[in-house]
Design a protein around this ligand. Structure first.
Ligand code: ADP
Ligand code: MG
Length: 256
């Protein structure tokens, strides 16, 4: 069997607080295959962003470690594309230049696709000369996704990228992300608290227990064939069974 592309081993994070050490995440162990799409769900504050920020290299684990493509990570890198809740674009640059910065970072291994092409792939053809302030929040988030894909990263790390958007925009962007993923098959680890989003996008849904000392409570395989269409999934008899598994897990956490 091929070794896993991402190996997260016994990851733990403890913060020093005025009232003593606070164990936020403990013993988080997960192996992700190349090309797999994994969603992490869990209640607000359980430690999802903590795990993701460690994978991004923006935060150091207290215990355990992360190996990506055979190399232990020791900081941020262009092998990983990241998207946060709100797009973090540079306001003094056009959106084209915001994407171009990512392209410049990986010029030595670039496939030659232009910033314009990446923008077109997220539905922003012809918008390269606009400034972020001229775009809606949803369009800015599209630019953020274009920029992450422009790195042609081996791993995409998305932390609730659509949670601040209205429902219709969110659906558009989910479809856009799904299409991009179909054509590139990058490995994705995405945090979401939207159960339907996780079932639409993921090959596996990782459920985190509530903190303190949160860890993986359960993992659900999502066997829906690809490419997926929202309408097809919703009419599958096992869709609601799977939805119940996740919602039931989250409800049990809330009651615990
Ligand atoms: N720098 C920090 N120092 C102390 N506690 C922190 C720090 N960063 C996050 N936390 C705590 O860690 C917990 C998990 O936060 P987070 O990973 O952001 O959760 P989630 O993304 O699941 O909502 C929260 O209780 C938060 O208050
Ligand atoms: Mg978070």
């Amino acid at each position: 069997m091929a070794p896993s592309f991402v190996e997260i081993a016994q990851l733990g994070k403890t913060y020093d607080t005025p009232t003593g050490p606070a164990v936020i995440v403990r013993d988080f162990t997960l192996a992700v295959c190349e090309g797999e799409f994994v969603c992490i769900v869990g209640h607000s504050g359980c430690g999802k962003s903590t795990v993701l920020s460690i994978l991004m290299g923006l935060n150091l684990p207290t215990t355990g470690g992360v190996v990506i493509g055979g190399r232990e990570i020791d900081g941020p890198g262009t092998d990983r594309g990241v998207v946060f809740q709100a797009a973090t674009l540079l306001p003094w640059l056009t959106v084209g230049d915001n994407v171009q910065i990512a392209l410049d970072q990986v010029a030595d291994r670039s496939s030659g696709a232009t910033a314009e092409a990446y923008l077109a792939a997220v539905g922003l053809a012809g918008m390269a000369n606009r400034y972020p302030r001229e775009l809606s929040a949803g369009m800015q988030q599209r630019v953020g996704i274009a920029r992450a894909f422009a790195l042609e990263p081996r791993l995409l790390l998305l932390d609730e990228p659509f949670s601040l958007l209205d429902a219709l925009t969110r659906m558009d962007l989910q479809d856009e992300l799904m299409r991009l993923w179909e054509t590139t098959r990058r490995t994705v680890i995405m945090v979401t608290h939207d159960v339907d989003e996780a079932l639409l996008l993921a090959d596996r849904v990782v459920m985190m227990t509530n903190g303190p000392a949160a860890t993986i409570g359960d993992v659900l395989d999502v066997p829906f064939a690809r490419p997926r269409a929202r309408e097809d999934i919703l009419t599958r008899p096992d869709y609601f069974w799977m939805r119940d598994q996740i919602v039931g897990f989250l409800e049990a956490q809330a009651d615990a």
